[in-house]
Design a protein around this ligand. Structure first.
Ligand code: ADP
Ligand code: MG
Length: 334
């Protein structure tokens, strides 16, 4: 059974970046205004995330790494969320099946923090001979999760990772994307032991400030805001895109739907077409879109590592986004 669990977990947690994305969403769900990440060996040796969110209470410690343990199933809307965003209450459990997990957390108003270790979905002793239970320790409000030796027990997955540098690049990309979509939350990312961060945003940074800090001022000064809504299908869109003066080497498209980082190849193509008409020389645009849609009109691929999303009202969504993008680019030019 344990082997089956590990293989299943290795499917969900495909590489360090899949673990990071889940933990990052948990930190955001916990209402954090500051999140920092450190990695070693591209997150395979160590992946650590620290937030200042609402924390995990002493009673909840035994549950967090159990399968299907979620504190987020409160209302019917969340049930729809389960169907649309694949899996719930499985992330930390899956991570604990393929790595050593240590959680330290303190809730608001608690007298101290607690720390516990997990393996294979359960609390485990930090050292041989010790009790497998949370231990009181000093701390501040929030949660720190340390994930070590990822895939130590699934060597096939471990061997599939090409290099730490490549894995780290993926971690950083996901942190950058979430930083852009979460102005108001300070985020940082660095390799453990390095003095300087590769991403460092402040709480007071605007979305444009954040894009500038990641991509530089050449892009930031050519950004135009995009905004629009299509009430008939409950669509709201806002974002930032580069105008005709900006030509990067590579196309960049950050797409968030209902605050989750996803991909949509049809939407990507639609935007490429808009730019092809607008930039005959074939510039490579930067587009960041944050879309709100009723969860029941979204379909996310059943496989949790695939982020491709399908729209129920595909034609309407594409037509609306195309129009908003054109409007934004045209108003910039007149
Ligand atoms: P889900 O997010 O779908 O509920 P997870 O496996 O990702 O499932 O997390 C399990 C539970 O652990 C969450 O429901 C939440 O109660 C708790 N949790 C995880 N990370 C954090 C965090 N950073 N801050 C507070 N609570 C957390
Ligand atoms: Mg989660």
């Amino acid at each position: 059974q344990q082997v089956v669990n590990r293989i299943a977990a290795g499917e969900v947690i495909h590489r360090p970046v899949s673990a990071l994305k889940e933990m990052l969403e948990n930190s955001l769900d916990a209402g954090s205004s500051s999140i920092s990440v450190q990695a070693k060996g591209g997150g395979l040796k160590l992946l650590q995330i620290h937030d200042n969110g609402h924390g995990i209470s002493r009673e909840d410690f035994p549950k967090v790494c159990e399968r299907f343990a979620t504190s987020k199933l409160r209302e019917y809307g969340d049930l729809e969320h389960i169907e649309t965003f694949g899996f719930r209450g499985e992330a930390l459990a899956s991570i604990s099946h393929v790595a050593h997990v240590t959680i330290t957390s303190m809730t608001e108003g608690a007298t101290c923090a607690y720390r516990a270790c997990y393996a294979d979905g359960q609390l485990t002793a930090a050292r041989a001979g010790e009790e497998a239970e949370p231990k009181a320790c000093a701390g501040t409000r929030g949660t720190q999760i340390v994930v070590e030796d990822m895939f130590y027990n699934v060597l096939a997955r471990r061997n599939a990772m090409k290099s730490g540098a490549e894995e780290y690049a993926k971690l950083l990309q996901v942190m950058q994307a979430y930083a852009i979509d979460n102005a108001g939350v300070a985020m940082s990312c660095k390799k453990q032991g390095e003095a300087s961060s590769d991403l460092h945003t402040l709480k007071e940074h605007s979305t444009v400030d954040i894009i500038r800090s990641i991509y530089g001022s050449a892009l930031a000064k050519e950004l135009v805001p995009l905004k629009g809504e299509e009430a008939t299908i409950g669509l709201q869109v806002c974002g930032q895109l580069s105008n005709a003066n900006f030509s990067a080497k590579k196309l960049t498209f950050h797409l968030f739907i209902n605050k989750r980082l996803v991909e949509s190849s049809v939407l990507r193509r639609t935007l490429e077409e808009v730019y092809a008409a607008y930039l005959p020389k074939g510039g490579h645009p930067f587009v960041y879109l944050s879309i709100r849609l009723p969860p029941e009109s979204l379909d996310v691929n059943v496989h949790p590592t695939k982020r491709e999303v399908n729209f129920l009202h595909k034609e309407e969504v594409l037509a609306a986004v195309q129009q908003f993008a054109r409007d934004a680019l045209i108003s910039e030019n007149t």
